[in-house]
Every structure is written in structure tokens, then in C-alpha cells.
Design a protein around this ligand. Structure first.
Ligand code: THU
Length: 133
């Protein structure tokens, strides 16, 4: 998916973020190997720890839609800094493809690209459980 198209989808989606406590909206788009995609936003809760980030809601939405083999996540938060995925989201994304590409847009619509394996090196995975359960 072209970056300009992904950014447009993210900008159309970010208004759905439910973030009354932080006032910090985030939108994410998970892209599959055949161009299929699912979006997500952060959904907060008055019991703060129950909040779900945009990356996880997009990833779960992708799976719920029956899609497989995610290759890339686009992220958008209208901040000056590039908002990188939190540790929990890195772990959840890595379940489905530890080599995913992460493309992050900031408020200026500049972008920065990372490999998930760089953001989460030596991660725990299903491999660690082989023969142990
Ligand atoms: N958040 C995300 O959705 N993704 C990130 O990458 C960082 C943080 C959300 C969680 C919470 O609703 C708000 O941003 C402030 O932490």
C-alpha cells in the first residue's frame, strides 16, 4: 500500500479514537501481503489499565476479518515526535510476523520506518514453548 494512501486512511480513522482521559488519539493500519488491511484506534477505559492501543486493536481487527500474513503496520499520531508502539503492542504484533515493517507518521506527515525485529529484539515467541507444554 502506498504511504500516501495509508496516511489518508489513518487520517479518516483517527477521529474514532476513544481517548477522553489522555486526549492522545492514535490510529493504526495493518496491511496484509495481498493488500488487504484493517484499521484500529486506541480505546481507553476509566480503569486505565484496560485501555487498548491502536496497534493492538488494528491487529485484532485484521485477524477477526480472517486475514493472514500481515507485512506492515502504519501508525499515525498527530504529535511532533514519532509515536512508536508500546512494548505490549510490539509483543502482540510479533506473534503474527516478527519481521513486520512499522511505518510511523507524525503531525507534519513526515514518516520514519522501522523493522519490528529492531524494536523488539530477542523476543519471546511460540518457539520458546515448543516441547514445554
Ligand atoms: N497509545 C497507542 O494507542 N499507541 C501507541 O503506540 C502509544 C500509546 C495510546 C494508549 C493511550 O490511549 C494513549 O495512547 C496514551 O498513552
Amino acid at each position: 500500500m502506498r504511504k500516501i494512501e495509508a496516511l489518508q486512511v489513518l487520517k479518516n480513522t483517527i477521529g474514532k479514537a476513544y481517548c477522553p482521559y489522555s486526549g492522545f488519539p492514535v490510529a493504526a493500519l495493518v496491511e496484509g501481503e495481498n493488500g488487504e488491511y484493517a484499521t484500529g484506534v486506541n480505546v481507553e477505559n476509566s480503569s486505565f489499565g484496560l485501555t487498548i492501543c491502536a496497534e493492538r486493536s488494528a491487529m485484532f481487527n485484521f485477524i477477526i476479518n480472517g486475514y493472514k500474513n500481515p507485512i506492515r503496520v502504519f501508525l499515525y499520531a498527530p504529535t511532533e515526535e514519532f509515536t512508536t508502539p508500546c512494548g505490549a503492542c510490539r509483543q502482540v504484533l510479533s506473534e503474527f510476523n516478527p519481521n513486520m515493517e512499522i511505518v510511523i507518521f507524525n503531525k507534519e506527515e513526515d514518516f520514519k520506518t522501522f523493522k519490528l525485529s529492531t524494536l523488539l529484539p530477542e523476543c519471546f515467541s511460540g518457539e520458546n514453548l515448543k516441547g514445554k507444554l
